[in-house]
Design a protein around this ligand. Structure first.
Ligand code: IMP
Ligand code: MG
Length: 183
């Protein structure tokens, strides 16, 4: 079956960046006086959000990156998470914020946060650009949320569908429609 993919704007670039600024101000206020804050960017989806956020936090920032793959198809995570790339440095005794693109079922984050907590950071918080609360299967405490969105599959600003659409500057709703039989 042939399919056609269409993307319609859900959250404009302007709204995204305005909200990222607010989140950065909140984080700056919450960690005022703290001599260093480590942002843990979860590759690849969070790269765009992390850089925009980091630029707007008025505190000394360190960045580290982690890549996890949750076995599953393109649109659903299974919760069985494999670490593809671990952090380069220790987080022990540090103030850490995990930066995610989207919390959906919560399975990936639940696994990840438990693993990071076992490494004994001073504080560990979770910041996500998007949240689909109606899809939650595993309870996850989110400290900073950009936007709550309905149960739609979204792409752009780092989020992908089969590795496509990450570089769109806005968040778009992806629709996939069948358009007839293959030969
Ligand atoms: P969870 O474990 O179900 O919370 O899955 C979270 C991960 O699933 C995110 O980091 C994304 O990689 C992916 N994901 C969930 N919903 C979407 C979506 O609407 N668009 C793109 N990726 C998504
Ligand atoms: Mg992801």
């Amino acid at each position: 079956m042939e399919t056609v993919e269409t993307v319609s704007v859900m959250i404009s670039e302007e709204r995204l960046l305005a909200r990222v600024r607010e989140m950065a101000e909140q984080i700056t206020a919450d960690f005022a006086g703290c001599d260093e804050l480590k942002l843990v960017c979860i590759l690849k989806g969070s790269v765009f959000f992390t850089t925009e956020l980091a630029k707007r936090i008025n505190l000394p920032i360190k960045l580290d990156f982690m890549s996890v793959s949750s076995y599953g198809d393109d649109m659903e995570s299974s919760g069985r998470v494999r670490i593809v790339k671990d952090l380069d440095e220790t987080i022990r005794g540090q103030n850490v914020i995990v930066v995610e693109d989207i919390v959906d079922s919560g399975r990936t984050l639940a696994f990840l946060l438990e693993m990071l907590r076992s490494r004994q950071p001073e504080t560990l918080r979770l910041c996500t650009l998007l949240d689909k609360p109606s899809r939650r299967v595993t309870d996850v405490k989110v400290d900073y949320t950009g936007f709550e969105i309905p149960d739609e599959f979204v792409v752009g600003f780092g989020l992908d569908y089969a590795q496509k659409y990450r570089a769109l500057p806005f968040i778009g709703k992806l629709s996939i429609t069948d358009c007839g039989e293959d030969e």
